[in-house]
Design a protein around this ligand. Structure first.
Ligand SMILES: NC(=O)c1ccc[n+]([C@@H]2O[C@H](COP(=O)([O-])OP(=O)(O)OC[C@H]3O[C@@H](n4cnc5c(N)ncnc54)[C@H](O)[C@@H]3O)[C@@H](O)[C@H]2O)c1
Ligand SMILES: [Zn+2]
Length: 376
């Protein structure tokens, strides 16, 4: 396997992956439409510049069949990353999220089913968002997957999930690949469907397929201008503009933040190892970090004076906790994350400090959500 097509290869994960694969001697082709939300109006982002001279770049759209045809010529493997990725945004741009994420994937599979090709591996970027709320333990009922939290509890400041059968408090545990799939956003639903389509057709067409369920990926190259994704970017842009940070819920909600270099390593293991074939893997740090911890760590690393306040506001469809059980990927592929949160976030902040300070578009993105009734 020498020739690798990466869709969305100009994006955050894709550009980092491209650089590492090129370093390792692969020929990388990128299919990317340089979406304005990620690459700005002039579509000449630092990310794009970082890959344009080291890979074959095809400006094209995964929603256009002919662009896939052009890009797939001569490839040995495809890593499908191109997607619309905003969880909140997916709740009011439903057609677009379905079109890019699902129809885009359908075009790839139609090509593989109907045309001559040489593809020996396909990898799909799935997401922890397909799990929705994570896996919990109830003293009375054992393992439970709580329902979405209701408006009334959250309005009263009760943010923790409770047991759907006995109503007791729960203890969070790590989510493994067998955990219940119950996405709480359109984005999550499209990721689930992408994953199922790729794995099913991989079996049917005898093309080894791998689904990687990435947790919250962060690090150098993450979009600092997209107000719809990436809490580390959103907070950084606010801090550097001297704007206060308003934390949702009580700040004790948590996520699994995984450093980009670890995600790149896991993806390359999935590409190279036959033990990955036809499998699903969690890719994370395996550690839960609260939003409070994120905000306070960033504030101190930027030596900022802004106020961090806890608003009690909340977003419908947000989950409370989720972190990855990494046993499977460790055993099958030997993957162990190299970066803990502090070392990763320090590298991220050092990189942000070298970047132009972006205009803070967060307020207007929140206004959009408010208007649609998606924030309380
Ligand atoms: N970053 C994360 O935390 C995270 C977590 C879980 C899953 N993922 C998944 O990983 C993948 C990559 O994420 P990322 O963070 O690098 O996102 P990103 O937005 O930085 O990159 C996506 C790239 O896809 C391109 N793109 C968008 N629509 C396209 C289209 N219609 N045709 C061609 N190209 C298009 C964009 O221009 C961009 O360069 C996505 O599938 C995402 O759902 C990311
Ligand atoms: Zn119970």
């Amino acid at each position: 396997m020498k020739n690798i097509l990466i869709t969305g290869g100009a994006g955050f994960i894709g550009s980092n992956l491209t650089r590492k694969l090129v370093e390792k001697g692969f020929n990388v082709t990128i299919l990317d439409n340089l979406s304005k939300q990620i690459h700005g109006e002039d579509q000449n982002s630092t990310l794009f510049k970082s890959i344009k001279d080291i890979a074959t770049f095809i400006k094209g759209d995964v929603c256009v069949k002919a662009d896939w045809q052009n890009a797939l010529k001569g490839q040995d493997a495809v890593i499908h990353l191109a997607a619309e990725t905003g969880t909140g945004q997916s709740m009011y741009e439903i057609e677009k999220y379905n079109e890019v994420n699902i129809l885009g994937t359908a075009h790839l599979l139609d090509f593989l089913a109907n045309e001559k090709h040489n593809i020996k591996k396909m990898i799909i970027a799935s997401s922890r968002s397909i799990y929705g709320e994570g896996k919990y333990i109830c003293d009375n009922d054992g393992v439970v997957y709580p329902n979405e939290r209701n408006d009334k509890d959250m309005a009263n400041g009760n943010f923790e999930s409770i047991c759907s059968s006995c109503g007791e408090n729960l203890i969070i545990t790590s989510t493994d690949e067998q955990s219940k799939i119950h996405p709480s956003s359109i984005y999550g639903i499209t990721k689930q469907q992408q994953e199922q389509m790729i794995l099913l057709m991989g079996k049917a067409l005898n093309i080894p397929a791998v689904a990687l369920r990435y947790q919250n990926v962060y690090g150098p190259g993450q979009s600092l201008s997209n107000p719809y994704t990436g809490i580390l970017s959103i907070f950084s842009t606010r801090l550097l503009n001297g704007n206060d940070i308003d934390i949702y819920e009580d700040g004790m909600e948590s996520r699994d933040f995984v450093f980009i270099d670890d995600v790149v390593d896991a993806t390359i293991l999935a590409l190279e190892k036959k033990e990955a074939n036809h499998q699903i893997f969690n890719v994370g740090s395996g550690i839960a970090t609260t939003v409070n911890e994120v905000a306070n760590t960033l504030k101190s690393l930027y030596e900022s004076e802004v106020k961090i306040s806890i608003s009690g506001k909340y977003r419908l469809g947000d989950i409370r906790h989720n972190y990855a059980d990494l046993s499977k990927i460790k055993k099958a592929l030997g993957f162990v994350p190299k970066f803990d949160f502090i070392s990763g976030i320090s590298k991220f902040v050092a990189w942000v400090k070298t970047q132009e300070i972006m205009e803070d578009k967060y307020e207007s993105s929140i206004e959009e959500l408010k208007q649609k009734g998606l924030i309380k």
